[in-house]
Design a protein around this ligand. Sequence first.
Ligand code: NIG
Ligand code: FE
Length: 417
Amino acid sequence: MADLRLITHASELLTGQGVRAREGRHVTDDDLGRIEDGAVVYSVKGRGRLGEIPGRIEWVGPTRDLPKRYLKLRARNLRLKQAVVPGLVDCHTHLVFAGDRSEEFALRCAGASYEDIAARGGGILATVRATREASAQELLELASRRVNEAWGYGVRTLEVKSGYGLDWETEKKCLEVVRLLARRFPEVAFRSTFLGAHAYPKDRSREEYLRELLEQMLPEVARKKLAQACDVFVDDGYFTREEARRLLGRARDLGLQTKIHADELGDTGSASLAAELGCLSADHLLQISEEGIRALACSETVAVLLPGTAFYLKARHAPARALLAAGARVALSTDFNPGTSMTLHLPAVLTTAALYLGMSRAELFAAVTYNAARALGLHDRQGTLEPGQDARIWVLPFSRFEESYYRFAWAPAAGAR
Ligand code: NIG
Ligand code: FE
């Protein structure tokens, strides 16, 4: 029998019930499922290094309605000072890498563009060199510190992409590190995504690398169950739409879910491709066209927006309002990576989205809970606080959800849960 836990007197508890009912589209404040002075009963399967290993939500409602059968449980009384929301889902990160690109940041601050730096052998390929040299143990330690940090910001589910290997040995090493992370932190849900198609390596021809991806790496990823999804970076100088079509078709045939880094640096029509292929998500979308917006809105594909990246690149933000008005499902994520978004602070990403994408409280909430879970295919079990769902819970250090993004880039107190 799993252990039961009880939290009472949450200043506000947002279940997100209505967000699920609307399947993440056109959400409003009424969909937050806001309960004042809320309580939740849930089971746990033990304790990990950072927090409890979640079981299921048993009951949720106003504290005064707590069923008698739970009264004997020892309560964690939040004294109306702390809010409770579903654990946040960071659905797009490049968490596993080594090396330091702070010099590049200085160059960008002095006016160099991301593309200029990449053309000089920096950018993704700089991180590839460092990641190839690092041992699995070094990568695991670096990534563990990052998981620890993300936990403090309320993140309970993390997607992690490979893509800093660009050879099988290193891609495999990085995906295995994600597996080790999942063992080390059973309280966090991990999803891994194979992004071998992140850039073309310098040590082989394009044809050779593409063939290797299609014929060796993808089948091995699927056979060894090293990732649940496959992603492709479609952009000028990276992969073409046609290459993505081939790679993702193969991935799907092998039983993997699919995703695209779409329309980030230029409009390549890749958001439309994601919709056409039935990808779980199309991510970035800084340069998405009207047609791309319409295509996503009419599809099941989640539009994953990464405003931290636009901020960091000093680029135009994604047209979030147009996507939302058209009826697209919008998720938000950090895109944590050493080149274009060196932050794990998902609530700070919400600040950016509130200010520069014009997203409402309900839209922000849905974007890091249900819709982000949906971008990972996990929405059956995650993203809302409802009986039967995974007990992934964030007890905020604030009395209202809004405060998590109104306060810009706050630091969690030491030892905070
Ligand atoms: O999501 N767009 C491609 N990949 C990353 C950047 C990776 C890097 O610069 O290291 C991104 O922005
Ligand atoms: Fe990315």
